[in-house]
Design a protein around this ligand. Sequence first.
Ligand code: DGT
Ligand code: CA
Ligand code: ZN
Length: 583
Amino acid sequence: MGTPPTNAQPTNAALAGVLETIADYLSLEGASVYRIAAYQRAAESFREHPGSVAALATAGELQRLPGVGEAIETKVLEYLRTDSIELLTQMRARYPESVLELMHLPGVGPKTARRMFDTLGVVDIDDLRLAIDTGDLLKVPGFGAKSIERLAGIIVRQAARPDRSLLGTVDPQAEDLLARLRELPEVTAAESAGSLRRRRSTVRDIDLVAASIDAEALFDSFAAFGPVARVEQRGPTKLVARLQSDLMVDLRVVAPASFGDLLQHSTGSAAHNVALRALAQRRGFKVSEYQVEHSASGAIHTCTSEEEVYALLGLAWIPPELREDRGELQAADEGTLPNLLRLRDLRGDLHVHSDWSDGRATLEEMALAARERGLEYLCFSDHSQSLGVANGLTPDRVRAQTVAIRELDSRLDGITVLCGIEVDILADGSIDLPDDVLAELDVVTASIHSGFGQPQPQIQARLDAALENPNVHVIGHPSGRLLTRRPPYALDAEALIEGAVRTGTILEINAAFHRLDLSATHSRLARAAGALMAVSSDAHDPTGFDLLRYGVGEARRGWLEPCHVVNTRPLLGLRECLGRSSR
Ligand code: DGT
Ligand code: CA
Ligand code: ZN
């Protein structure tokens, strides 16, 4: 065993960050792509390592990690020993680290960042903003009025970037911790709580609750879990830890008799809990994280399950995704809670990519992966021609792919493979493939991938063109948001939904966890207006089907039931939904 990690040991994410900073500096200084890639590869391998990279390095075993050679090992040991790296110190003396941030702005890159620094002395975003305002940036070769305007927009959005993590990156880490907790002899139950359990698309931290009569032993075991980098706070019932990924975990422990009380409290949301407690008070109860008290008699109930908490107040159990104080208490009281969509309700997937465009697997590999997950049908929807970076399909390639898909379908049992396309809605509002090509396909999804900065009427005109096109069945990722990275384009959600209902066009809930688009808020509006949705994976490789559960989470947050989601229907029912009302 290596030296036990001390509190001063950097997390895996921190060490990866150091290597990434070196890689960034190297690209700023124009080093060879191989040298840069070596640091990036090692950083990736640090992030993926389940235990402590620092401990591995101290034990002299760092080169066991993929992509780590002697040069990297030396740098890491130097860092662990001296808290700095000579190479990095030298590069920092030449360029302030804030220049790297400039380099990562979309459309900037290493050469431009250097030019801005060398010619104007721009070292950070504040300087850049000033250079834009004074017009100085025009002096930097390569910049024109248009590109400057675009950059100004990007800076505004960067400033608003929140400190939250994507559900899809956090969820697997929480599942791993839960599995470890549940294996401990001193633990009788363990669940996630907080925004994670409510399936919010982004979360601030991992909240966990566990039932045990021995919190001390539980905390000792937890502190020794591989992904736990260090314990930052520890009290009798609560522990706060930082993971190797730099995520924070809040772990609370309670006696098994009160597990339901604590789980209900810790799941939140804060707004739901406030409303629940007010309702409880009106009904003569006092709810806390440990018990439900009958105010008049002083009788105390502890609840092993959440169902008991809600039942004591005369309410049906409320699924965590609904607990946002948006009418769920009234629905629970009246017995009108929705029968929410579940993952197993999905029978097919309408948005799947293959290596015909930017996917990483063949048609057959994707179809087999879908079948393995119990899907009854899937529709390939590779990109269309204008998306050159994604190797989009020309009309000829669409026809060739159709032949390949029909052939595959005829030879595969247990799954139906459909022909589709994710056709671009171009910046001028035209559809990227001719109607006669689209008309041959089973499912046509139309998406916006460019012109995000257009004003609302122009965006709506493009969406209208797609909605009104009788060959288009689905609008893909309708708002264009990339969570924590890019806000939606100027979408008029009500106009979109109205158009979808009028034309019988389906709205996609894209399950890729950086999209989750439609958002829950919009899905709920769409449901109320009578629109139909499809929860689709946008899978680019066989593991992509695992994303469907995030789409289901977002749909549940939008109060959707199976009847609102077309791909819960068997193939025949789906085909009925594809016949548009305007035809
Ligand atoms: P987040 O962490 O920003 O993604 O969102 P949450 O909802 O996970 O918030 P967090 O981690 O601060 O707290 C987890 C839950 O614990 C929260 O949803 C409700 C409950 N909670 C936390 N602090 C309080 C409090 O001061 N009062 C009440 N009533 N509940 C609280
Ligand atoms: Ca939280
Ligand atoms: Zn797309």
